[in-house]
Design a protein around this ligand. Structure first.
Ligand code: ATP
Ligand code: MG
Length: 294
């Protein structure tokens, strides 16, 4: 990178930071069952938010099968902990993918953070603060299945998008996530449901009603549905091309569904106070506190 370019980059980042008022919104994307479409959702949701002028950074916290970078066609050079061990600035470990999507490969165990001495932890927190000023949204792509870690992530984030397909096994596993988190939370965390791979809108509506009824009846959780994505062969084709479907097939059904999801997400957001949100810094602080107490 030449000097002029790095100066431009710096000024851009500086301006973004100066204009920022609210801390970034931390959104966890998860599911009960694996392979229901979390990573594809995260990537294309990020692109859609970005197209509406939002600054989005994807943080890959899927430790077992971190692979969103494959969907983006990039191999990460850094991981989040390089901020500490290589004294990198957090904005320098952001990888850029197609469509300008920004991504940080987590590749960390929470235990790694708990072992840090005070000085390093303070440095890490200061770097998170920088990321917080930089991004409007931080999307956390997680692994499937209920783990202690996942519960901590859900409790610490501003909201969680829970993805399921209409398959009874996926629905049961999604419900199990709600139930487990409910046991630990004093206040019910904010969940929004996305039905993926439905064969028809009728099937999607039916699936979301089943989930909503079960969660309001048994858990007293009011589960809002964020939207639906139909089964669409273009998704698989895009995965093979290692390019998000919103870029390869902007007019395919899945892309139209995704745009619809983001349109309904944005106005809905305006009604939610973000003052209590402490952004990604607050997220990690809460996760570490929970790790000590859960
Ligand atoms: N709407 C859709 N229509 C058709 N196929 C889809 C759709 N969504 C996802 N898929 C298929 O499901 C596969 C798995 O998707 P993805 O990798 O996003 O799931 P995941 O939940 O992140 O998986 P993991 O739990 O392993 O992280 C994709 O490679 C794609 O083939
Ligand atoms: Mg995934």
């Amino acid at each position: 990178m030449d000097q002029a370019q790095s100066l431009r980059e710096y000024m851009h980042r500086y301006n973004v930071q100066m204009e920022k008022r609210k801390p970034s919104r931390v959104v966890t994307i998860t599911s009960g069952k694996g392979g229901v479409g979390k990573s594809n959702f995260t990537l294309n949701f990020a692109l859609s938010l970005q197209s509406l002028g939002k600054k989005v950074v994807i943080l890959d916290l899927d430790l077992s099968t971190a692979n969103i970078n494959i969907l983006m066609g990039i191999s990460p050079r850094y991981r989040l902990l390089d901020v500490l061990f290589q004294r990198k600035n957090i904005l320098d470990v952001i990888e850029k993918g197609l469509g300008g999507i920004e991504y940080i490969y987590g590749g960390l165990e929470l235990e790694d953070l708990l072992r840090l001495d005070q000085r390093l932890l303070a440095y890490f927190v200061s770097q998170l603060e920088e990321l917080q000023n930089y991004a409007d949204f931080i999307l956390l792509d997680t692994g499937a299945g209920i783990s202690k870690e996942l519960v901590e992530f859900i409790l610490a984030s501003d909201e969680t998008i829970l993805i399921t397909t209409p398959e009874p096994t996926a629905i049961a596993d999604a419900y199990a996530v709600l139930k487990t988190v409910h046991q630990f939370a004093e206040q019910s965390p904010k969940f929004r449901l996305v039905i993926n791979r439905a064969q028809s809108y009728a099937e999607a509506v039916e699936t979301s009603k089943r989930m909503q009824n079960a969660s309001s009846h048994f858990l007293k959780i009011e589960l809002k549905t964020l939207g639906y994505l139909l089964e669409d062969s273009h998704v698989r084709k895009s995965v093979k091309l290692q390019t998000p479907f919103l870029i390869t097939f902007p007019n395919c059904t899945a892309s139209k569904n995704m745009k619809q999801i983001v349109y309904s997400y944005m106005p809905d957001l305006n009604g939610i106070p973000t003052a209590s949100s402490k952004g990604i810094r607050g997220f990690f602080e809460k996760v570490l506190l929970l790790r000590k107490s859960l």
